[in-house]
Write a protein that binds this ligand. Sequence first.
Ligand code: NAD
Length: 452
Amino acid sequence: MKIAVVGTGYVGLVTAACFAELGHDVIGVDIDAAKVERLKKGECPIFEPGLEELLNQGLESKRLSFTTDLSSALPHVAIVFSAVATPPDEDWKADLRAVFAVADTVATHAGKNIVFVNKSTVPVGTGTQCEERMAKILKERGVSIEIPVVSNPEFLREGMAVGDTLMPERIVVGLNGSLRQSSGQAGSAQVAPWAKDIIEDIYRPITRVGRPIVFMGRESAEIVKYAANAFLATKISFANMLSEFCEVTGANVRDVVAGIGLDGRIGPRFLHAGIGYGGSCFPKDVKALMATAKEYGIPMPIVEATDAINVHQRARFITHLLTHLAPASTVAVWGLAFKPKTDDMREAPSIDVIHALTKAGHAVVAFDPAAEEKAKPLLPEVKYATSPLDAVKDADALVLLTEWDLFRGIDLKEVKAAMKGSALFDGRNVYEPAEVAEAGLTYHCVGVKMSS
Ligand code: NAD
């Protein structure tokens, strides 16, 4: 299948490279000319395990190419996947300007039937808005071609994006939502059967090995993405809510979540207490869901509480940290990215924590295995170390903010020997208290009565 993927960021580039890996002919499109030049040379602009190899394999096989000009790609493709950014606006609603720009370009330049797929996370009704804009443009052009608008939300996890794309737990496809709903037939694709056929062909290499593809109405597919992220964020906030309760009651939140997570109906994943969720998806998607629901007059108290707990948890951690540091301390920070195995700094908890530290007069020396380049413009006040041990040298305190594997296995006795002080603030609850004590460090973690 001949495919254009518009937006070559964390989602679009992985999608384009994986589609090429699966045997399709893919043109990646981005308005960022510098990024496109790097991609043409096989340079991966983001840190994502396995992606650079796939990028180069795609270029070598000539199944993957890049351009800044979507209109020139359109005659060569049957389908356009739009994976452009939908960042929050000032009211935390999704800014859809890039999505509409892509839809408008497709409608303005398409010379034949073509499928338009929204892979970006967009509020319910965006597909209909795209459809209406495109219909208007086609009418003005006086051409009679079909451009079915499909929703195909993305569930990949940064750091595991290649595996998640090649072997997803599910593929959700929303086709012609309102029309399909009135027909009352789940999974039917009566409005644009050829569009459904194209989608099925593209994903066949994945569905053939047993991965499920779920067809539904377009509105439902648009909501699935927000509902999934809000639910996962709620599990995190639930654990964080319990962590405060555990701290005052003398319980240990790790034991409590282990005790409930073994219940098959609950499950252990996303039940870890810490400094709260960050990243480019959970904070923005939780708030965008609240904003859309408000527009429809529908209360979302659970989602609101999830967001409020996240803010509270971050503030509690920072307050505890600042309370225990001597004036003008030198603080080593391990981990800057919002989670391990990525260089993504969007809404990373490290930004809030480091800003609070430097504002209070402390010096910060940080180490992150992948995010330094992206962190520097956001955190110019930080001194960047070359290794975990380099960061802790002569530090008064150590703060763990991202649970990269190399921090988990480190010899804490060596860490203590390099430090001037002995306080370890573990924002991710990764260490065993006994091991920390044995190394001569004072442990401050989340969800256990902290030392006063
Ligand atoms: P990103 O910022 O990494 O990438 C977006 C890309 O789109 C950039 O390269 C940008 O230059 C390009 N772009 C912007 N406007 C354009 C236009 N008009 N034409 C062509 N290119 C344009 O964003 P991302 O993290 O890949 O996220 C993309 C979408 O996918 C968002 O809606 C996001 O919420 C969603 N999503 C992200 C993730 C994730 O883990 N990052 C996971 C699932 C869904």
